[in-house]
Ligand binder design. Structure first.
Ligand SMILES: [Mg+2]
Length: 306
């Protein structure tokens, strides 16, 4: 696996030439290119429509059908497969509404024990890549791959592509990867190209990428705070980038400084990118293998799966 080029094939992992739409080695169109590809080390990995993917894996007759995992007629949608999403079905939607939108959907009750088992297997594989795994839920986690290049003899980007490929082949479900310089951007990236996605947001492009997006893109900016920001003239992340940090700090306190930092994505200090000292959640040390997801509480497991 050479890393001479700033791109590779996500199917055969061969280096990609700088031009051309298909891999010369295997013919796949899934080429990944980015100038920072082999320099970025923070990833967000998120399974695609996790519960639905597990059920489709276990019953191939469901593969081409719209599938909803949820709690029966009076419940809500836990996960909708991508086919059901075409009809507008979304996580957390009341089931009766989902079935109005997609009357042909197959509905399956969640089998949390099974999903936890698959989640543990994927977590185990993540921990083979790095001890710095920060789970967000049963099916998604941040990974800090800094310093792992010698161990793996490959850049984090290649290691992640191989991970995604192997999970698909060996576990039977697909994941999407976001690779960036910090968690905030990695989380946005993983969502850009679902399912089977791999998106990169480099430092130099972060600010421009974020600028047109609504302020709610920034973690911690919910509806109430976004309304307050809008009243002060801040509607997009770009509005915050252009603002005087001192003004934001005096108006919104520590939160103001935090959002201006996140808005400026490209100017985050190196030490703030790591899982260990982060802008998004509390401090997080290198983790022991995480607790059994089946025991971390039903409510958390039942959280909607993207
Ligand atoms: Mg997910």
């Amino acid at each position: 696996m050479s890393e001479a080029s700033n791109g590779f094939c996500r199917d055969c992992l061969a280096p990609a030439p700088t031009e051309g739409r298909r891999c010369p080695a295997c013919g796949s169109p899934r080429l990944l290119r980015h100038p920072d590809l082999h320099r970025l080390v923070i990833a967000h990995v998120d399974c695609d429509a996790f519960y639905a993917s597990v059920e489709k894996r276990d019953d191939p007759s469901l593969a081409t059908k719209p599938l909803i995992i949820g709690g029966g007629k009076r419940g809500v949608v836990s996960t909708a497969c991508y086919i059901a999403r075409i009809s507008g079905v979304r996580s957390a939607m009341p089931m009766f509404k989902a079935l109005q939108l997609c009357p042909d959907a197959v509905v399956i009750r969640p089998n949390m024990e099974k999903y936890a088992r698959v989640g543990r297997e994927i977590r185990r594989r993540m921990l083979e890549l790095t001890p710095l795994v920060e789970p967000l839920s049963i099916d998604e986690a941040f990974l800090d791959l800094s310093g792992t290049e010698k161990l793996h003899r490959a850049s984090p980007a290649l290691v992640l592509a191989r991970f995604a490929r192997d999970v698909e082949r060996e576990v039977g479900i697909t994941v999407s990867v976001g690779l960036a310089a910090n968690k905030f951007l990695a989380k946005i990236a993983s969502d850009l190209d679902k399912p089977r996605g791999f998106s990169v947001i480099g430092l130099t492009e972060a600010a421009a990428f974020l600028a047109p997006r609504p302020v709610t893109t920034i973690w911690g900016v919910g509806r109430a705070f976004s309304e307050r920001l809008a009243a002060d003239g801040f509607r997009t992340v770009g509005d915050l980038q252009a603002a005087d940090p001192a003004r934001l700090a005096s108006r919104y306190g520590a939160l103001g400084l935090r959002i201006v930092k996140l808005a400026r994505g490209s100017q985050l200090e190196a030490q703030e990118r790591r899982l260990g000292s982060d802008l998004l959640r509390g401090p997080c040390r290198p983790r022991r293998p995480p607790a059994d997801p089946a025991r971390t509480g039903g409510a958390r497991l039942l959280r909607s799966q993207a």
